[in-house]
Design a protein. Structure first.
Length: 364
């Protein structure tokens, strides 16, 4: 992966050791100790050293820092590094002849990894620095691994979500084709449901994740129609009372079907899909079916899908009717000719209907 290569390259570049000391002799001594393992950079005072630390922070393995220097001393450099959030990213070793307890306490309090006294013993200083550098390298490698795993898990989760939506949409579209629909009906219901939840008070209190799940669940609202005979489902004229009673069973059948699919029960859309399939023909005044629920006994998402379903049925061509004009459809909904709806839902719907209408214009 491209990200893997970038991180590998960054790790390979982190092989520089910065020596900050005003003594040329000390810098040469330390450079001689570490030149076989690191690319050496040098600075002769604290200000120059800090500038290099800030500009080369992603490539430095460690910093060897003197305390007593002109322009800016070692403790001042540590303070500046702490302010920039660099102390935990780059190990710093204080190498000094100043061995007072106050200096050491302040250095350790600022986050220095070790205080090494001058004159240095080559093999001791090399061992102490290398050990800490290896520890930091291992920590970065662990962080890198965790980061890559998190990205892969996120990618897998996104792919599973796409697959789940694809399976749900495929089943719903199959049912739409049975009823001589193009499959666009379920996509429009998804769009209207999502739009009302995102852009009106009907979605108040819901998280973005919940809105996404409800919108996905909405396309399963008519899944129960798979149990309705073709002669009734595609009848070009008005249904008889007996046929209408059979058609009404698609709500119970839909909920039952969803409950019998193990993969669906494990899907986070399931509780919304089950509720919507069962209750999207309920009405605010209790005159809907199958349970005759009243008012807020009907979930807000089932109410939204119910209104979206009615609106889409009115303005779309069906086997039993031609499409109505939008103004005529809105008048029928407003006058209650299609059943009673939540007044708050109607207010929200009429406020954003001009935007929803654009979906139909785009598909015309």
């Amino acid at each position: 992966m491209q990200e893997d290569s970038a991180l590998d390259a960054l790790e390979e570049e982190r092989s520089r050791l910065l020596i900050v000391d005003d003594s040329e002799l000390n810098r040469a001594l330390l450079a001689n100790i570490f030149q076989q393992s690191y690319e050496i950079q040098e600075a002769e005072n604290g200000r120059e050293g800090l500038a290099l630390i800030l500009s080369e922070q992603d490539t430095l393995s460690a910093v060897l820092l003197d305390v007593v220097m002109p322009e800016m001393n070692g403790l001042q450099v540590l303070h500046a590094m702490k302010d920039e959030g660099l102390i935990g990213k780059i190990p710093v070793f204080l190498i000094t002849a100043e061995s007072s307890e106050a200096v050491m306490q302040e250095a350790y309090a600022l986050g220095v990894m070790d205080v090494i006294s001058k004159p240095v013993v080559p093999y001791i200083v090399q061992r102490r620095v290398d050990s800490i550098v290896e520890l930091f390298s291992a920590r970065r490698e662990l962080g890198r691994t965790v980061h890559l795993q998190q990205n892969r898990l996120l990618h897998q989760a996104q792919q599973l979500a796409k697959m789940s939506f694809g399976m749900v949409e495929a089943l719903s579209t199959t049912i739409e084709f049975r009823s001589d629909e193009s499959g666009e009906h379920v996509r429009r219901i998804h769009h209207i449901t999502e739009y009302l939840l995102k852009h009106t008070d009907m979605g108040k209190g819901l998280s973005q994740e919940e809105i996404t799940l409800i919108a996905m669940a909405s396309i399963m609202h008519d899944v129960g129609k798979i149990s309705i005979p073709d002669a009734i489902l595609n009848k070009p004229g008005r249904l008889t009372p007996e046929e209408y009673e059979i058609m009404k069973t698609h709500t119970n059948k839909g909920a039952e079907l969803l409950s019998r699919i193990p993969q669906m029960r494990d899907n986070p859309t399931y509780p919304y899909a089950y509720d919507i399939a069962l209750h999207h023909h309920e009405r605010w005044d209790g005159r809907g079916y199958p349970e005759g629920l009243v008012g807020d006994q009907i979930s807000s998402w089932a109410q939204i899908v119910s209104l979206a379903d009615v609106y889409d049925a009115l303005v779309s061509k069906r086997c039993y009717k031609n499409a109505l004009g939008v103004d005529e459809a809105l008048a029928m909904i407003r006058e209650g000719q299609c059943g009673a709806f939540n007044p708050k839902l109607l207010d929200c719907f009429f406020r954003v209907e001009p935007e929803i209408r654009q979906l139909y214009i785009a598909q015309a």
